[in-house]
Design a protein around this ligand. Structure first.
Ligand code: ATP
Length: 232
């Protein structure tokens, strides 16, 4: 479904993402892992069309996404690390604005906003200015705007970052629900999150992809390592 080939991005002489290639099948939940500064956000921004790559290509179902603004709007949802919003906007105003940014036609807009509100359980907060919401609710607003229009690919940058345990559980359940209809790439620092959600793990180190493995295979090899250590 998604094909990332030889993606590279530098800032001056510093190479933030270095020749990264991977493919993702329809319906997979992919965990993108790595230390702070490993290049996760940079890759997600390039896939989402928010940042231009210096080299390489991203294609969705065989179509290159370069300069495909409309295709990106229709097929891809993105939860950035920080929501680029006007904090005084209410939740309802923001979702309306986000739907307009996606070029949604008036006849589908209302239904789509309602669906996103229901999925993220935001109906009690519609008239609340975003700046008054807790971090957990802000993340829900971010997810709500990302799923407007039922994108086939969802990119979630640290979706549980800063959430308390209850909010984290809610967000993970929400991601699982969303993933029934969409392919998901999420970045995280938390192994528990990977265990709870992901089918496949990509690990980045200093901008390079150092591991691309199914979670089951990874768990299997880690288990063997633990057993060996125990015997010794
Ligand atoms: P985190 O987990 O902290 O969000 P990350 O893995 O998402 O980290 P990126 O945000 O992709 O990492 O950053 C990768 C590297 O590129 C870092 O060293 C960062 O300082 C650098 N970088 C990112 N954006 C810029 C920029 N606009 N100008 C210069 N360097 C940048």
């Amino acid at each position: 479904m998604l094909n990332v080939s030889n993606l590279t991005r530098s800032y001056g002489s510093f190479v933030a993402v270095d020749d990264v290639s991977f493919t993702i099948k329809k319906g997979e939940i992919i965990g993108l892992l790595g230390h702070n500064g490993a290049g996760k956000t940079t890759i997600m921004k390039m896939i989402s069309g928010y940042l231009e790559a210096n080299a390489g290509e991203v294609s969705l179902n065989g179509i290159s996404l370069k300069s495909q603004t409309k295709l990106l709007q229709q097929q891809l949802g993105y939860l950035p690390e920080n929501l680029p919003v006007y904090p005084e906007m209410t939740v309802a105003e923001y979702l309306d604005y986000a739907a307009d940014l996606k070029g949604m036609k008036a006849n589908v807009k209302i239904a789509e906003i309602k669906r996103a509100i229901q999925a993220t359980d935001l109906s009690a907060k519609l008239l609340a200015p975003i700046e008054t919401l807790s971090r957990g609710y802000k993340q829900r607003v971010g997810v709500a705007q990302a799923i407007l229009g039922r994108p086939k690919l969802l990119i979630l940058d640290e979706p549980t970052n800063g959430l308390d345990p209850e909010q984290t559980q809610h967000m993970r359940a929400l991601i699982k629900e969303i993933a029934k209809d969409a392919t998901v790439i999420l970045s995280t620092h938390i192994m528990q999150e990977v265990n709870a959600l992901c089918d496949r793990v990509l690990i980045l180190k200093s901008g390079r992809l150092v591991l691309n493995e199914k979670l089951a295979a990874l768990q299997h090899s880690l288990h063997i390592t633990v057993k060996t250590d125990y015997k010794n």
